[in-house]
Design a protein around this ligand. Sequence first.
Ligand code: C2E
Ligand code: MG
Ligand code: MG
Length: 629
Amino acid sequence: MAVIIPHLRSSSARRRGLAVLLSVAAALTLAGLLFTSGIAYFLAGTVVMILLPLAIIELRHLYATFRAHDLAMREAHDGLWSWYPISKELNVGQRLLTLLGYTDNRIPDTHAWLELVHPEDRGHYNQTVARHLKGETPHFYCEYRVRADNGEYRWLASRGLTLRNRHGVGYLMAGSASDITERKASEENVRFLAHHDQLTGLANRLLLADALPQAMAHSKRQGQAVAVLFVDIDRFKDINDSLGHEVGDHLLTALAQRLRDNVRESDIIVRQGGDEFIIILPGITDVLQAHVITSKILNAIAQPVFAAGNELCVTASIGASFYPDDGVTTEILLRNADTAMYEAKGAGGNGVCFYTFQMNETIQRRVHIESGLRHAIEKNQLQLFLQPQIDIATRRLMGCEALLRWKNDEGQFVPPDQFIPVAEDTGLILPIGEWVIDRSIALLSAWRDAGLMLPQLAINVSARQLWIPGLTQRLLDKMAKAALPLSLLEVEITESVFLRSDDDSLLEIRQLTAAGVKLALDDFGTGYSSLSYLKQLPFDTLKIDRGFIKEIETGRGGGEPIVAAIIAMAKALGMQVVAEGVENSNQLDRLAQLNCHIAQGYLFSPALPDKEFALRYLQPETVGKAAQY
Ligand code: C2E
Ligand code: MG
Ligand code: MG
């Protein structure tokens, strides 16, 4: 027997075979010895009667074992194995070991084998084995990953059969295992190709059909929303028609990458076809989150793409719908996002439209502001108004603050308090801030050329503008190009600059002041009012927020002692103090008593359009005459 099944290295099987052979041999020898004696027949008969059934049972076992292994042999492609479910003993054939790169057998039992099975496949593997042992499956078949000696996982397809006793309990399972790693890889490749777009490598519609319901189910469990964004490139057809498909393809590939760069790992981007993309944002807890992402996407797409010697500038229109508010099926959500996208296109493109009608007003308003603001520069809707700053003691003009005004499509002035935060959140403050700098320099140049002298112009700079290095250099270059002295310029920042703890923003500001630009801390008293901030940058001016100035007059809220303290402190630190929002002479008188230097407010003038400001404050004859206001 041991010769017939040499591949069987089972010691228990060998032991059993040996026991049977010895039993039969002993019985026959005993029978021979007793042959001549009188009681020989009786004794021999008894012994044979006892031993023979045992021998037959063992022989059947052996035969069955042989059959199982024979079966396994015949079925085997690569490696062989046999396993005793009761003792958990495992025999792994040499070929299977070689296939996994092991030189010695380190897998003596179930425990050691399971250690090698990929953790993700262990559950499935154990289940398949258990079901087969229970007799639920006639054959054992399982595909799973096993760790090879080099640490990589190989895919194995194991198949086998079980031998059972007459109670149906399996006591031996044997079979083969073949390496299907390559087949799995090509299957994966086919699946990937079937679910992805060839050009961009993004998911395709087929994947969307699976992914969106999954995202909805998951978000439902978490009590969150899913945003569906329909992104369409504006006037893509023109590029394709005029520059050719290759350039069009290049553009789409570049844009696909930008989409990837601007969403989270867990978000899904699908190329719906042509120049249409669908983005699924699961786990949305606040519509604002989706708004921030759509802004990022619009900004990223608007950056130029270089293709075949062309610099292409495109924009996109985005429509958004939300699960569950705007629909609970894939079809409805996509249709509503599509409708919203057409709405965004209709509004001139380069914008986003949210489908939800019930969406709270703030968001609607923000979205409306954002889409209008995107076109504000090109439509010439921005203006700089100027508000004078007056020396309280001498009543002379000390300078002015440039304050941004936006007249929207409906011809209404939108207050900066409404649109500046949106511009900051959406990154639109970057082009807008640049416009403010350009316009300020243009005004300074024009006034200088006309012989009108202005002591100083203050511009507001948002913290966000300082996150990306370069503002200082651009500002200095532009001033140099216009041949304007840097001391003409003051930059107003707020304490929010200190909130993001990176030194780059502060470095930008230090370079600015080192070059000679003046620096003011705006709205002092409203934020953290931390004195430590005052020491971190070389401020020239401290602007007291108008909230405190208001309290001087009313006497409520303890404003006056605070103003007095701020003025004293600023003086001690060698800074100028500007009181903002001075509306009446009572306030001005109190400020004068408190030794405040400069006042700005409706008492003198609101912010004025540049021509009006120049007429009122920069008349050539007033220059040098120390005009009083
Ligand atoms: P701010 O820099 O503190 O500007 C002062 C604000 O107070 C201006 O509001 C001004 O019109 C208003 N104001 C002046 N005098 C009085 C007064 O006597 N009474 C009252 N009640 N208000 C007065 P505005 O122009 O609406 O600007 C609001 C804020 O928007 C500014 O506050 C500033 O933070 C921001 N902002 C304006 N222009 C720009 C800009 O070009 N860039 C940036 N980043 N922010 C800007
Ligand atoms: Mg200001
Ligand atoms: Mg202010």
